[in-house]
Write a protein of this length. Structure first.
Length: 343
């Protein structure tokens, strides 16, 4: 991506960036590590040669679809999502719709389209629906405080794709030792994307591939000071991992749970649909929504999570940090000027 193209991508999100700039500055104040926001936000687009998005996301999987009363974002991010589109058409009352999903959604309300998609495990969102719902980071104390230098911190990263690994990368640059742990049967999906981007995210980290069976992760977690994960709590509990027990077992620990909408919700999300839920969208000349950036809620959440961990460790830890992607996006969307320049 040439510099003028990078500037063009940055220009499209500048009205929203003040809260993220503040979070990045706080991370730097705590760790001494500067955060290069253009790289964090747009390196994947650069390396993959992606074009600026419109009503379809930059990576091509998420679609803003017109409904009877507004818009709905439907993210067909996985092969399984594509496979259940016929079932989604049936739920929307258009099983034989020759024009496909776009026409079927046009006959439904946005809420109906999103709820039907969610019933089938597809990530979907109504624009702005997560605004004001929760803070970007919710901290809850379950352990005692104990301060340690960042260079003494051991991080176990169970997360995948982008947000969690970016937070681990930033903390690793601050001196923490990072171990990335992957399932032997479900490797990180980012491995199947742009190889150079995956290498950048995990540069300098150790890697361990294990069978995610009950008890198999106990020794790995026992050595950790920080755990980063992006799973449903019940999935980790089945493996014997409980954030509350981890935090209570030794002072100064931190557990980071990155989710779409909060640890109490089973609703899934990816970067583009979480951005839409948070209201982090642009608009076309008609005032209709378009995507901003490339899965923007992912890198935004990664920066928020890294700063939250650095803050917690500086204060002695002992905290469970719930970082919501949709809420992080909403924090940026809520900061936009009351009077916006023409789209």
């Amino acid at each position: 991506m040439e510099n003028h193209v990078l500037r063009d991508w940055m220009r499209s999100v500048e009205p929203f960036l003040d809260p993220l700039v503040d979070v990045a500055r706080l991370f730097t104040d705590l760790t001494g590590v500067p955060v290069d926001l253009p790289t964090a936000l747009f390196l994947r687009a650069q390396l993959a040669g992606l074009e600026r998005p419109g009503r379809t996301s930059a990576n091509g999987s998420c679609h803003l679809l017109k409904a009877t009363d507004g818009w709905a974002a439907v993210n067909l991010a996985r092969p399984d999502d594509l496979a259940v589109v016929p079932a989604l058409l049936a739920l929307l009352g258009s099983p034989d719709e020759p024009e496909g999903l776009r026409a079927a959604v046009r006959r439904a309300t946005a809420a109906e389209a999103v709820e039907s998609a969610r019933l089938l495990g597809i990530a979907a969102a109504v624009p702005g629906s997560a605004q004001g719902a929760r803070p970007a980071v919710h901290a809850e104390r379950f352990g005692e405080r104990s301060s340690r230098a960042m260079t003494e911190i051991r991080i176990v990263d169970f997360s995948a794709l982008w947000a969690g690994p970016l937070s681990a990368r930033l903390l690793g640059l601050a001196g923490a030792r990072v171990l990335k742990v992957e399932s032997a049967t479900r490797p990180d999906g980012a491995r199947f994307g742009t190889p150079a981007f995956y290498r950048w995210l995990h540069d300098g980290h150790d890697n361990l591939v294990v069978d995610f069976a009950p008890g198999a992760l106990d020794e790995i977690v026992a050595e950790a000071d920080v755990v980063i994960e992006a799973s449903r709590p019940r999935a980790l509990r089945r493996l014997g991992l409980r954030a509350e027990e981890f935090l209570a077992a030794r002072p100064g620990r931190v557990w980071v749970g990155i989710t779409g909408y909060g640890r109490e919700s089973d609703r899934i999300a990816f970067g583009d649909d979480a951005s839409v839920a948070g209201g982090l969208t642009g608009c076309d000349p008609n005032g209709d929504p378009v995507f901003l950036g490339d899965a923007l809620a992912d890198p935004v959440t990664g920066v928020f999570a890294a700063q939250a961990v650095a803050r917690s460790l500086a204060a002695g830890g002992g905290e469970l940090l719930c970082v919501s992607m949709a809420a992080c996006a909403a924090t940026l969307a809520d900061s936009r000027p009351r009077v916006q320049p023409p789209c």
